[in-house]
Unconditional design. Structure first.
Lengths: 111, 114
């Protein structure tokens, strides 16, 4: 599995964009980048995923560098409810279908 | 609301008790998962069922016994647990195990073993 590296914690002001980085320098060509988040004492929640192209949905945007060695999750207008641990996961599927959760980044959105 | 429910939400049990955790998904999915999340540790995958067949047992002790009677229900039977088994137990489901499938998680059962 490709490993991911994320900062342990980040702060963001309410209403501002939150940019969460992830390094995955050993990612293979067929591996996806997935983002989940876990609000305190709840189950993880899927946010977004991508392979090569940038992706956007109603929750967030995912920017993947051209060499695919890093990505950034963008929450365009962070709210207090976005305070959570954010996990960046490299997923290959096939015979290695597992989602391997690391320690993630604790994002704290401040009023 | 993710479409995955878990009961009970909280459970306290002694080491000699037998209890069961229940998970139900209303999403029409065919794969279901049990995860364990201990304090200050990442989620650990325990078991995977795909179309009711167990496809993964991640070296889980036999005091944890999963059961998947149909694609919508998943149980985790617990017996003679240890205090170190206290954790948040999460159930998840996905369309199936194939590549690129997102998983939907339940709220978890907070288990305390005394």
């Amino acid at each position: 599995d490709a490993k991911t590296t994320q900062p342990t914690s980040m702060d963001c002001a309410e209403g501002r964009a939150a940019n969460l980085p992830c390094n995955h320098s050993t990612i293979s060509g067929n591996e996806y980048v997935y983002w989940y988040r876990q609000i305190h004492s709840q189950g993880p929640q899927y946010i977004i995923h991508g392979l090569k192209n940038n992706e956007t949905n109603e929750m967030a945007s995912l920017i993947i560098t051209e060499d695919r060695k890093s990505s950034t999750l963008i929450l365009p207008h962070a709210t207090l409810r976005d305070t959570a641990v954010y996990y960046c996961i490299v997923y290959s599927g096939g015979s290695n279908y597992k989602l391997t959760f690391g320690k993630g980044t604790l994002l704290t959105v401040n009023p | 609301e993710t479409g995955v429910t878990q009961t009970p939400r909280h459970l306290v049990m002694g080491m000699t008790n037998k209890k069961s955790l229940k998970c139900e998904q209303h999403l029409g999915h065919n794969a279901m998962y049990w995860y364990k999340q201990s304090a200050k540790k990442p989620l650990e995958l325990m078991f995977v069922y795909n179309f009711k067949e167990q496809t993964e047992n991640n070296s889980v002790p036999s005091r944890f016994s999963p059961e998947c009677p149909n694609s919508s229900h998943l149980f985790l039977h617990l017996h003679t647990l240890q205090p170190e088994d206290s954790a948040l137990y999460l159930c998840a489901s996905s369309q199936d195990q194939r590549e690129g499938r997102e998983q939907f998680f339940g709220p978890g059962t907070r288990l305390t073993v005394l």
